[in-house]
Design a protein around this ligand. Structure first.
Ligand SMILES: [Zn+2]
Length: 223
């Protein structure tokens, strides 16, 4: 069993924290970062992922997944749909939900891991304090790991170190791993602006996490 790890790096706060978690656990020479170009409306995400990987000295791979925008219907890949300004607790799912996204990303990542002899896959999904995406829940990830193990005859381990952490605890983990300077390079805002809009659900969650942890967001102080 290798000790190589593949980190799904979106360029956001959570996946960047996971990159530092993997470097801490496996060593930087064992870690690869993987990003997907899935037609996201904010190309800045990919630029952030590349900058963060370069900052950490980690090998970075980018793969194209160009089907989501053809499926349509969600605000993150369809420029004609606006991001709902605030989380609507009564709605079933926010319009930033891209159905199947994490399932497909993790499956592609597992295929990459299989081809490269990588035993550990690290993802920043979490089921607490988030937008309620069902593909971020532990039962989804556990079932997907089982399907991948069966379907690829592999022993792949999917790690989701943030799964049960609150946003506050995730910020504290980033601090403990020395990831705060890299937070200035991350991108979270659904509206894709720099400095971030401060009003969308993603900005709101991020701000609450840093405020609850009593830590200034390096992204905001870097502007
Ligand atoms: Zn925003």
């Amino acid at each position: 069993m290798s000790d190589k790890a593949l980190v799904l790096l979106s360029g956001g706060q959570d996946s960047t924290t996971c990159l530092y978690w993997a470097i801490d656990r496996y060593g930087s020479d064992q870690v690869t970062a993987l990003s997907f170009d899935y037609g996201q409306r904010h190309r800045i995400e990919l630029e952030c992922a590349e900058a963060i990987a370069a900052h950490t000295g980690i090998k970075h791979v980018q793969l194209p997944v160009d089907t989501f925008s053809a499926l349509g219907g969600d605000a993150l890949t369809d420029p004609d749909i606006e991001v709902a300004p605030q989380l609507d607790e009564s709605a079933d799912l926010p319009n930033t939900f891209v159905p199947g996204r994490n399932l497909i990303f993790i499956t592609y990542a597992a295929a990459y891991a299989w081809q490269h002899g990588i035993a550990h896959l690290v993802t920043g999904v979490a089921q607490t304090d988030y937008s309620g995406y069902p593909d971020c829940r532990e039962d989804t990830i556990t079932a997907l790991q089982q399907a991948i193990r069966l379907g690829m005859e592999s022993d792949l381990n999917i790690h989701a170190p943030l799964m049960h952490l609150s946003k506050k605890e995730t910020v504290e983990l980033a601090r403990d791993l020395g990831a705060l300077p890299a937070m200035a390079m991350t991108h979270t805002c659904y509206n894709g602006t720099r400095p971030p809009c401060g009003e969308c659900p993603a900005c709101d969650l991020r701000a609450r996490g840093f405020a609850d942890a009593g830590i200034e967001d390096p992204l905001l102080t870097a502007q």
